[in-house]
Design a protein around this ligand. Structure first.
Ligand SMILES: Cc1cc2nc3c(=O)[nH]c(=O)nc-3n(C[C@H](O)[C@H](O)[C@H](O)COP(=O)(O)O)c2cc1C
Length: 180
């Protein structure tokens, strides 16, 4: 059977962001776990305009929609900004519709309280986009899983949680294929 394609979406775009380290770590675990094909998706590369500012036909928007359409499911790397998700991720979510629908997603979040508030906000948005978000949710602490809030040194215990989350994403992404 062909493997499902899962996009690992980096939710932050700022210079000096740590999301690249977290995304690479998730991808490494996912590749070893080997139950799907995984690819990192960097919102920053698409240079998305704010929704409504352009024609909607900019290459970035078209490319973003095409890239999302190529996936069966997603893992969102979510960081907490002012108790919510980043503006960049919200805009990226708003910048597509059908390519999100009837797919599954997992969340890996980080922040002072594990990014829990941002992740819960994201869950509400995912419902509207008809993305089924799975239960297992690895939460990383800025205080104990990073050195100086900048060098990612995750505690060992998170690995099993990431694998369990991936198993749920793959199971639901496969099941929802019947609707796509
Ligand atoms: C504008 C801004 C607001 C933030 N607000 C919060 C917050 O409300 N709660 C929290 O836990 N961390 C907060 N942080 C800290 C971020 O979670 C932390 O800097 C993290 O590394 C950001 O992810 P990034 O490096 O991928 O951009 C904030 C950071 C920024 C830049």
């Amino acid at each position: 059977m062909t493997k499902l394609n899962i996009g690992i979406i980096l939710g932050s775009t700022r210079q000096g962001r740590v999301s690249t380290q977290v995304g690479e770590w998730v991808k490494e675990i996912a590749n070893e776990h080997g139950n799907a094909k995984y690819e990192i998706v960097d919102i920053a590369e698409y240079k998305l305009p704010f929704l409504g500012e352009g024609t909607g036909q900019e290459p970035g928007i078209v490319g973003w929609n095409e890239k999302l359409a190529s996936f069966d499911g997603f893992v969102f790397i979510v960081q907490e900004y002012n108790h919510s998700l980043t503006g960049a991720l919200k805009n990226a979510l708003d910048s597509a519709r059908e390519p999100w629908n009837n797919k599954a997603a997992g969340i890996v979040s980080y922040g002072s309280t594990g990014g829990a508030r941002a992740a819960e906000h994201l869950r509400g948005i995912l419902g509207e986009l008809m993305i089924a978000d799975v239960r297992v949710h690895p939460t990383l602490s800025l205080f104990t899983d990073f050195e100086n809030y900048s060098t990612f040194k995750p505690a060992e215990m998170h690995m099993d949680n990431v694998k369990a989350m991936l198993d749920q994403v793959v199971a639901w992404s496969g099941a929802l294929k019947t609707l796509r």
